[in-house]
Write a protein that binds this ligand. Structure first.
Ligand SMILES: *Cc1c(COP(=O)(O)O)cnc(C)c1O
Length: 437
């Protein structure tokens, strides 16, 4: 399988190049040259098929030839010591919990797979690389956890001093080993600027292999398609193979949704997809009006989805050949307000004491409206992706529900660990000083 840029269908690259380049040189996003038919494999799944088994099957059919004999299974086993879990929310509504990994959010699946694949390629080539990344708090932790102890890789994370929550800071600064946390005297924008400047710096380019682990990396997208297959295998185990299955995806940059549509293109049974957004509803607006108007994001209580110009829209358009009617036939959109989000979190708690994180809550409200609108409602099951553990968003959940949700064990364990960081000025010189020493 080869990959091309969404902006250039003439030049193909290997999976290895797509993974290490991150972004294509022309600024486009890497995209699979074709979609192999995996329906026999998907049809063979049962309620007992493990996540590692599903991951192995997909990776093998996609890039098995490039990775080499037995590598797909080895990588799947190393990357996924955690699994998703499907639970019932109410009649016809299910939640696919994706927060059982080390940072308690779905991004663990993509980051862990990318880290494992990168490390495997580097070892094969006898090379070392440094991952350089800036974070405003949340996104860095999945990357830090995923790359921790991976051979041939160092990770340098820049974060703005005093501007991330204490728990987020612990997630970035307590791993040690090959994970280095740089506390920048400045803002998140300073951190991002320094990373950008470092990638352009000739002296650094000479001295080391710098690479990134952005969420647009194809190596993070591919593994996100695996849990749709897992979700389908579990819902069919519960409800049989005849009913309709729809997926509802709380969306920001639309990586998760794009990955689900990849799985559908490979032959996974899915009767529809719903993109659920907060007030940052550029894509639902587009599906309604046909006009695509990216804009500055607005702040909401589901802040990991506060994206006004979703980077994966380009991939979505490529999948549907820039044909809005084709997209509309498969993807619907729903916008959900903060007030609605809070009401749902409260309702779920009052009903049975369960806590829902704000991003998942956006999905569940949208999923209810969506299922109500289906012709074949009684036979339809909607699976909403639960993107984060409620304990990750303590303040927001507590404010909506009136009770503090429990911290997940992974975060509870951090409380006693000591922070280790290096404080530096917000200049490229300071960053170079650290990297080159
Ligand atoms: C990243 C994130 C999202 C949005 O996912 P996209 O793939 O960017 O659409 C939703 N919820 C949580 C908790 C996230 O961290």
């Amino acid at each position: 399988m080869k990959f091309f840029s969404t902006r250039d269908r003439e030049h193909f690259v290997s999976f290895e190049d797509a993974v290490f380049n991150g972004l294509a040189p022309d600024g486009g996003l890497y995209f699979p040259a074709d979609f192999p038919d995996m329906s026999d494999f998907f049809n063979s799944m049962t309620g007992e098929t493990s996540f590692v088994e599903i991951a192995t099957g997909i990776v093998d059919q996609l890039v098995g030839a490039e990775l080499g004999e037995g590598e797909a299974r080895r990588i799947a086993e190393e990357a996924f010591p955690f699994e998703p879990k499907l639970v019932k929310f109410e009649e016809g509504q299910y939640i696919l919990e994706l927060f059982h990994g080390p940072s308690c959010a779905f991004k663990d699946f993509g980051a862990s797979f990318l880290a494992t694949v990168m490390s495997a390629y580097l070892k094969k080539r006898g090379k070392k690389a440094t991952i350089l990344t800036a974070t405003s708090g949340d996104t860095g932790s999945a990357v830090a956890q995923a790359f921790h102890n991976k051979e041939n890789i160092e990770v340098v994370i820049l974060y703005p001093s005093g501007r991330v929550s204490p728990l987020q800071e612990k997630q970035l600064t307590t791993l040690g080993g090959n994970i280095k946390a740089l506390e920048i005297k400045g803002s998140f924008d300073d951190c991002q600027r320094m990373v950008k400047e470092a990638f352009l710096d000739g002296e650094l380019k000479q001295a080391m292999t710098l690479t990134s682990a952005n969420s647009i990396n194809l190596g993070r997208l591919v593994p996100q398609s695996m849990y749709y297959a897992y979700g389908l295998s579990r819902i069919q185990d519960i409800a049989g193979k005849d009913g309709e299955v729809h997926f509802c995806v709380p969306s920001g940059n639309f990586g998760n949704l794009t990955a689900g549509i990849f799985a559908w293109k490979w032959g996974l049974k899915a009767d529809g997809f719903l993109a659920a957004t907060n007030a940052n509803d550029v894509v639902p607006e587009y599906l309604k009006s046909g006009d695509y108007n990216p804009r500055a994001s607005v702040h909401t209580i589901s802040n990991a989805m506060d994206v006004g110009n979703p980077s994966n829209f380009e991939r979505l358009e490529t999948i549907f050949h820039h044909n809005i009617d084709a997209m509309r036939a498969t993807v619907k959109g729903e916008m959900v307000t903060d007030d609605e989000t809070k009401v749902l979190m409260k309702e779920a708690y009052q009903r049975d004491g369960s806590f829902i994180d704000p991003h998942t809550a956006v999905g569940l409200i949208a999923a209810r409206r969506y299922r109500d609108s289906l012709e074949n409602k009684a036979a339809a099951n909607v699976v909403t992706l639960s993107t984060a553990h409620p304990g990750k968003f303590l303040e927001v959940v507590e404010e909506a529900v009136g009770v503090q949700p429990p911290l997940p064990a992974q975060l509870e364990a951090l409380k006693d660990k000591a922070k280790v960081s290096v404080v530096i000025e917000n200049t490229l010189e300071a960053l170079k000083g650290f990297l080159l020493k």
